[in-house]
Design a protein around this ligand. Structure first.
Ligand code: HEM
Length: 339
């Protein structure tokens, strides 16, 4: 891949928009009574209603909100905040499509993107469409379907965002650094494996965090390391069939998320150890160390979230830190393979 800072910058901007979309999604989820409001804001309607009366009318005439039962009383400020966040998310979503497909055509026409790179760009374009499509699906299948399905749709939407962020950052790093340096010694297979493992485990941990947030599982326990007074709380296998427990039982999802964070920390530590055992390309060692420290900070944030009863602002900081760690992890991985 030839060095091209304009293409790299464009792909970084695409990545930034994905992060903004995820942050808005996280704030929207934290609005009280969000599941009752969501069906009204379906993606087919360009703008959600604005005034309180219009909201009331929309809620009353919407079959999904009827099926979901009566919405709890909502304050005008909640409605305004929810409306503003939905508008912002729709604008950023539309902006993402424009910012991706517009420059893609221009860069291809002026030769900055070569023909043999098109499959990778098409995959990223597919993820842009999949992300928007899954939001439409999530919004249109609302709260009437079983709760299991609701948080799995949300996880699917989240994973499509993670995939898009990962692909756009990976290509951005490629255009930023250009061709591998021929004099640079190759990294060992074990360092490459460690860096891939770290990125995969971190992405899985982020997905389990999304399940936590969708199920509001953060509030089922407010202490650390004990949950409900025990290291292994009662009820983590109470759902039947048991395969649903890691996906739908808030106790199990919470229990698994808080401890798997330490597995990710271990993977980060292995990566740092490996990177110190050989001559590594510039910035690989630094980004591996940064990822390990950020994971430590992320665990501390997670513990604070649990003990402070999940404040909305802290949850957003936890999400943004996770996205930054994904970017540093991918950078180490990219340098391990392509430097
Ligand atoms: C490697 C470490 C960790 C990573 C990468 C991570 C990542 C995430 C992510 C991406 C979310 C979703 C946030 C959102 O969508 O708003 C989340 C949620 C959450 N995480 Fe973590 N987490 C980690 C460790 C922990 C630990 C150790 C704890 C607790 C001891 C914890 C507690 C929580 C809680 C309570 C939520 C739910 C927040 C909400 O309901 O809005 N996390 N995590």
């Amino acid at each position: 891949m030839n060095r091209n800072s304009a293409v790299a910058l464009w792909l970084f901007v695409v990545g930034m928009l994905v992060v903004v979309m995820a942050a808005l999604g996280s704030w929207i989820r934290q609005v009280p009574a969000e599941p009752f409001l969501r069906p009204v804001c379906t993606a087919v309607r360009i703008w959600p209603p604005w005034s309180r009366d219009a909201w009331q009318h929309a809620l009353e005439s919407d079959p999904q909100s009827h099926a979901a039962g009566d919405a709890p009383a909502l304050s005008p400020s909640d409605l305004r905040r929810y409306c503003a966040l939905w508008r912002a998310r729709k604008m950023v979503g539309a902006g993402l499509c424009l910012v991706y497909f517009g420059p893609l055509l221009l860069f291809y026409r002026n030769g900055a993107i070569l023909r043999h790179r098109l499959p990778a760009f098409s995959a990223a374009g597919f993820l842009v469409l999949l992300h928007s499509g899954s939001l439409w699906f999530k919004a249109n299948t609302g709260v009437t379907t079983p709760i299991h399905a609701a948080q799995l749709r949300s996880a699917f939407h989240f994973v499509s965002a993670l995939g898009l962020l990962a692909v756009s950052l990976w290509m951005a790093y490629g255009y930023f650094y250009g061709q591998p340096d021929p004099i640079q010694p190759r990294t060992s297979a074990s360092l490459r494996r460690a860096s891939v493992l770290f990125v995969i485990l971190h992405a899985l941990q982020m997905t389990s965090g999304n399940l936590m947030a969708s199920l509001r599982a953060g509030s089922v326990a407010d202490s650390f390391p004990f949950m409900l007074g025990r290291l292994i709380p009662p009820g983590i296998w109470s759902y039947y069939p048991s395969v649903w427990n890691p996906l739908a039982n808030p106790l199990m999802v919470h229990f698994q998320h808080r401890w798997s964070g330490f597995v990710v920390l271990l993977a980060a530590w292995v990566q740092v150890r490996r990177s110190r055992m050989e001559l590594v390309p510039g910035c690989l060692g630094a980004t591996a160390t940064a990822s390990a420290y950020l994971i430590l900070a992320q665990i501390a944030l997670g513990i604070a979230l649990v003990t402070l009863d999940v404040p909305a602002w802290l949850s957003s900081v936890h999400l943004l830190t996770a996205m930054i760690i994904l970017a540093t992890g991918l950078l180490s991985c990219h340098r391990a393979f392509r430097a």
